[in-house]
Design a protein around this ligand. Structure first.
Ligand SMILES: [Zn+2]
Ligand SMILES: [Zn+2]
Length: 336
């Protein structure tokens, strides 16, 4: 009989690991090796192997994700060996699935399409896979590599996720993969993927790919109005720069109305993935420039005497456009 037959999720998990590793290689060079005065193009020329390795990993990741879908029907469809040779009859002995040849390339692609619902995958996927297959073959056979940019490879990674696993799947995989880094246990801020690191990842991707490109890979419309998150924005206090200026840290607006409507009273944060109830009323800052914001969050509920209704401490609201406290005019007066 056949032993150690793989499960669909075995393929899927390793496929995602390959794609995340392809991303992480590029992210790491861009975020830890750039030095002032050194041309980014020169750094990437020096690190061309990182991009080439990423292409090989993307190809590997796609094949594993295709295998995962085929294995949902039956892992036996993946075996590339004549049935006459299968050791499946009584008394024919055991054979481990891992020792068998499995299908790849064109055979895998055709079997994959035979296993999924028609129209469930973008028709652009076939050309995408072919593009990566050709690039990967040139690399592994060392045939004159064409020049490739980190932006191009990042796009290939994101599109692979979006075609095969849907919008949001890239970002969710980044968050899931790195949240449990063992460095977490010893409090290493560089290694652990705390929310503060996630701000850096998402800002990096938007900066390097542009909002329009990144928007293809999220269900939320990144082009809609953005707000600070009541929970994870500025959680680490302030960042003091070399020139003495300070900013709240982490900064950047990654929370969006949910649903995205003018009267919406919900807010969703892409970074901490929390949902918040908000109130729609005009921002009335206690000081400084006026603000046109109208997404207000009850930051700290006040304290009211239950019996007499006397207010010891007023509710404290903040505007999620400007993060400023709201004047006492917006306080809620207890009704009894
Ligand atoms: Zn948040
Ligand atoms: Zn405001």
């Amino acid at each position: 009989m056949l032993t150690t037959i793989p499960q669909p999720d075995d393929y899927k998990n390793v496929g995602i690991e390959c794609l995340i590793q392809a991303y992480k290689g590029i992210y790491t060079v861009d975020n830890s090796e750039m030095r002032p005065g050194v041309d980014r193009g020169d750094i990437w020329k020096y690190h061309e192997i990182v991009l080439r390795t990423s292409i090989v990993l993307i190809h590997q990741g796609i094949e594993l994700l295709l295998k995962s879908e085929v294995a949902r029907k039956s892992p036996l469809l993946l075996i590339d060996q004549k049935r006459g040779e299968w050791k499946t009859l009584p008394n024919s002995g055991d054979e481990s699935f891992t020792d068998l040849y499995t299908i790849a390339g064109n055979d895998l692609l055709r079997t994959f399409y035979a296993c999924i619902q028609a129209g469930s995958i973008s028709e652009n996927f076939v050309a995408h896979f072919e593009d990566i297959r050709v690039k990967r073959n040139k690399i592994v056979h060392s045939i004159g590599g064409e020049e490739i940019s980190p932006e191009d490879v990042l796009k290939l990674i994101l599109w692979t996720f979006t075609y095969l696993l849907g919008q949001d799947s890239f970002w969710e995989s980044v968050l899931d993969k790195f949240y449990n880094h063992p460095g977490h246990d010893v409090g290493d801020m560089e290694l652990e993927f705390e929310e503060i690191q996630q701000y850096i990842h998402i800002a990096y991707l938007e900066g390097i790919l542009g909002r329009g490109e990144l928007n293809n890979h999220f269900k939320i419309d990144l082009k809609s109005r953005r707000y600070h998150c009541p929970d994870c924005s500025a959680r680490d206090g302030v960042l003091v720069r070399g020139d003495g200026t300070v900013e709240e840290y982490p900064s950047g607006k990654w929370a969006f109305l949910s649903p995205n409507a003018p009267d919406s009273t919900g807010l969703e944060c892409l970074v901490c993935r929390e949902y918040f109830e908000i109130e729609r009323k005009d921002c009335v800052p206690t000081e400084g420039e006026p603000c046109k914001g109208n997404v207000i969050y009850l930051d700290e509920p006040g304290d009211t005497d239950e019996d007499t209704g006397e207010v010891y401490e007023e509710d404290s609201y903040i505007c999620l456009s400007c993060m400023r406290d709201q004047s006492t005019e917006t306080k809620q007066v207890p009704t009894e």
